[in-house]
Design a protein around this ligand. Structure first.
Ligand code: ADP
Ligand code: C5P
Ligand code: MG
Length: 238
C-alpha cells in the first residue's frame, strides 16, 4: 500500500488524493467488516470511499474551533480524540481512571485504546468524511491507526501557533478542563514538540501536510482552511 502511494508523487494533489483513496479502500472496509456486526443504515454511504483528514497542532492552536467551521461548510463528522477520551472518562469505563491520570499529566493515552475508540465512532457514523482532531499525537498513534484501521489520511492540516499564544488561549479557555492549568500546559507543550512534531514532519515529507498560520482571528485562519476543502467539490452545506 505504501509503495503504491509513494509512486504517485508526480501527480497533482487532487489526483493523488483520488489514488490514495482507492489504495486505502479495501483495507479500510475490511477493518470495518471484522468488528462487531453493525446494523446496516440506509443512509450510510458505504459505497463512498472515506475521506480522512487528520488535524494537528499544539494545545490551544485552534483545532477544535476551525473543525466546527469545516463541519458547517463541508459536512464532515468531527472526531476529537481528546473529546472521545474525555467521554470515556465520563462513562466510568474500566479505562477511565488511567485516561484521566494520563490527561492530567499531559501524556499520551496508549494508542491502541485511542484508535479503537476512534474506530467505534467511525463505524457508527453515517458519514464518509471525517475530521480526526488531535490525532495522531505521536508516531506510535500514527502507526496504530494504520495497523488497526488500515487507512491513511487524505490530507493533514497543521495549525502552526507560537507557544506563548497557545498558552494564553488555553488559560482563557474556561471549559473546566483538568489539563488547562499552567503546570499541565507546560508538560503538554513539551510532549507536543517531542512526539507530535515528528508526525508533522512525516506527513510533510509525503506531501500531505497543509501548514496553516494559526495566528490571527478565527475568520482569518479559516480563509486559509476553506480553499483546501473547496477544491474537492464536496456537496457543501451552506
Ligand atoms: P485546540 O482544539 O487546538 O486545543 P481550541 O479550538 O479549543 O484549540 O481553542 C482554544 C481556545 O482559543 C478556545 O477558547 C478558543 O475559543 C480560542 N481560540 C480559537 N481560535 C482562536 C483565535 N484565532 N484567536 C483567539 N482565540 C482563539
Ligand atoms: O486534543 P486535546 O487537547 O483535547 O487532548 C487532551 C489530552 O488528551 C492530551 O493532552 C492527551 O493527554 C490526551 N490525548 C491522547 N491522545 C490523543 C489525543 C489526546 O492521549 N491522540
Ligand atoms: Mg481541541
Amino acid at each position: 500500500m505504501w509503495r503504491r502511494v509513494a509512486s504517485v508523487s508526480h501527480l497533482t494533489f487532487a489526483q493523488k488524493s483520488i489514488v490514495n483513496k482507492d489504495v486505502c479502500k479495501l483495507k479500510f472496509w475490511e477493518a470495518f467488516s471484522t468488528g462487531i456486526p453493525r446494523k446496516e443504515k440506509g443512509t450510510f454511504q458505504r459505497d463512498k470511499t472515506p475521506f480522512i483528514t487528520f488535524v494537528l497542532g499544539g494545545p490551544g492552536s485552534g483545532k477544535g474551533t476551525q473543525c466546527m467551521k469545516i463541519v458547517e461548510n463541508f459536512g464532515f463528522t468531527h472526531l476529537s480524540a481528546g473529546d472521545i477520551l474525555r467521554r470515556e472518562i465520563a462513562s466510568n469505563s474500566a479505562d477511565g481512571t488511567m485516561i484521566l491520570d494520563t490527561i492530567k499529566e499531559g501524556k499520551i493515552v496508549p494508542s491502541e485504546l485511542t484508535v479503537k475508540l476512534i474506530q467505534k465512532e467511525m463505524e457508527s457514523s453515517d458519514n464518509y468524511k471525517f475530521l480526526i482532531d488531535g490525532f495522531p499525537r505521536s508516531e506510535d498513534n500514527r502507526i496504530a491507526f494504520e495497523q488497526i484501521i488500515g487507512a491513511e489520511p487524505d490530507i493533514v492540516l497543521f495549525f502552526d501557533c507560537p507557544e506563548d499564544e497557545m498558552m494564553k488561549r488555553v488559560l482563557n479557555r474556561n471549559q473546566g478542563r483538568v489539563d488547562d492549568n499552567i503546570d499541565t500546559i507546560k508538560k503538554r507543550l513539551k510532549v507536543f514538540s517531542a512526539l507530535n512534531l515528528p508526525v508533522v514532519k512525516y506527513y510533510l515529507e509525503r506531501g500531505k501536510l497543509y501548514k496553516i498560520n494559526a495566528v490571527g482571528t478565527v475568520d482569518e485562519i479559516y480563509k486559509q482552511v476553506y480553499p483546501l476543502f473547496a477544491q474537492f467539490n464536496f456537496e457543501q452545506q451552506v
